[in-house]
Design a protein around this ligand. Structure first.
Ligand SMILES: NC(=O)c1ccc[n+]([C@@H]2O[C@H](COP(=O)([O-])OP(=O)(O)OC[C@H]3O[C@@H](n4cnc5c(N)ncnc54)[C@H](OP(=O)(O)O)[C@@H]3O)[C@@H](O)[C@H]2O)c1
Length: 307
């Protein structure tokens, strides 16, 4: 379980613990990962092991997989949830941060696959669940590195599915959530002026976790989790002229908190800001957030933006 100290990964770990599984919990920052481990133990996990690793570091992932094999002898399932976000126009996000998002989200997924697929092929069985995003199917202003990374994760899932057709017991499932109530928005790098927020309809991390865990025993190539995902994807693909006109204003109204300015900062992209890792986000009801944005826009309270 990667990204196990926060949001979807933490919810997935806790639910798997309730099913009595042996768990390997992975993230970069230790305290919330240890906290998750304790919660998993109290919920009935058969065992928990905490591993500090940056999934963007191939050697670290290789070492992690070797240690897991040494301890457990096999790997039945991987739920890969580690992810980061950066807001800002393409030219405004510093190169190091832009690359950092791609490194964690896309290269991290590749690294995890590179070292777990051979194990599962040898075993003749195993399940990999990659968490993508509805944003891996569309474009949105001010999220270039995230968009590129998640399009890449979707492509990777498809590649892995093609490459492993000869091992029927090995499955690769891709799960694409819409907005989820986690700390990722507050943790994000930001060069856009205002903090991001999950746009409605917002799912709970528990809901995404339940889908991800179900995919271990009931694999499916692609799953969308989010009431609006299919509508958004349809608009992007079938009506690009309308999508391109609407996406900017809708994004600024529903996916940005225009009442909370934030100075330019790299968030948790380059290193863990672990004190912000927890199960749920702290941004409150999404519809109320939209209402506050509209009120701020009406008042014209210094929210002019460039995108
Ligand atoms: N929340 C949403 O609305 C939403 C929507 C669609 C898709 N998703 C996707 O769902 C996944 C989980 O997101 P979330 O919302 O649950 O995020 P989150 O609450 O911010 O949790 C992210 C987790 O990933 C870990 N992590 C980040 N970078 C890492 C790295 N390089 N190596 C290892 N661990 C790393 C974090 O811990 P450390 O920082 O301590 O490493 C944390 O445990 C991500 O792939 C995200 O893109 C989220």
């Amino acid at each position: 379980m990667t990204g196990a100290s926060s949001g979807i990964g933490r919810a997935t770990a806790l639910q798997a613990a309730g099913q009595g599984e042996h768990l390997v919990l992975v993230a970069r920052g230790e305290p919330p990962l240890q906290e998750t481990s304790r919660e998993c133990e109290s919920r009935g996990a058969a065992s928990t092991a905490v591993h500090l690793a940056d999934v963007g570091d191939d050697a670290a992932v290789e070492k992690l997989v070797a240690e897991v094999l040494q301890r457990h002898g096999r790997i039945d399932a991987v739920v890969h949830c580690a992810g980061v976000v950066a807001y800002g126009r393409t030219e405004d996000v510093p190169a190091e941060v832009f690359d950092g998002v791609l490194r964690t989200n896309l290269i991290g997924s590749v690294n995890v696959a590179r070292h777990t697929v051979p194990v599962m092929r040898r075993q003749g069985s195993g399940s990999i669940v990659l968490i993508g995003s509805v944003i891996g199917h569309i474009g949105v202003p001010s999220m270039s590195p995230y968009v590129l990374s998640k399009w890449g994760v979707r492509a990777l899932a498809r590649q892995l599915q093609l490459e492993n057709r000869d091992v029927p017991g090995l499955s690769v499932s891709y799960v694409a959530p819409g907005g989820v109530d986690t700390p990722i928005y507050e943790q994000a790098a930001n060069y856009d002026g205002f903090v991001g927020r999950p746009p409605p309809p917002v799912a709970s991390p528990d809901r995404v976790a339940a889908v991800a865990l179900r995919r271990i025993d009931h694999p499916r190539a692609r799953t969308q989790v989010g009431l609006a995902n299919d509508v958004i994807r349809f608009g992007f693909t079938a009506m690009p002229w309308a999508f391109d006109v609407l996406v900017g204003p809708l994004f600024r109204t529903a996916a940005i908190d225009r009442t909370t300015p934030v100075p330019a900062n790299p968030g948790n992209v380059l290193s863990s800001s672990f004190s912000g890792n927890r199960l749920l986000g702290a941004q409150g009801n999404a519809l109320l957030g939209v209402g506050r944005n509209i009120a701020a826009a009406v008042k014209g309270s210094g929210t002019e933006r460039r995108s």
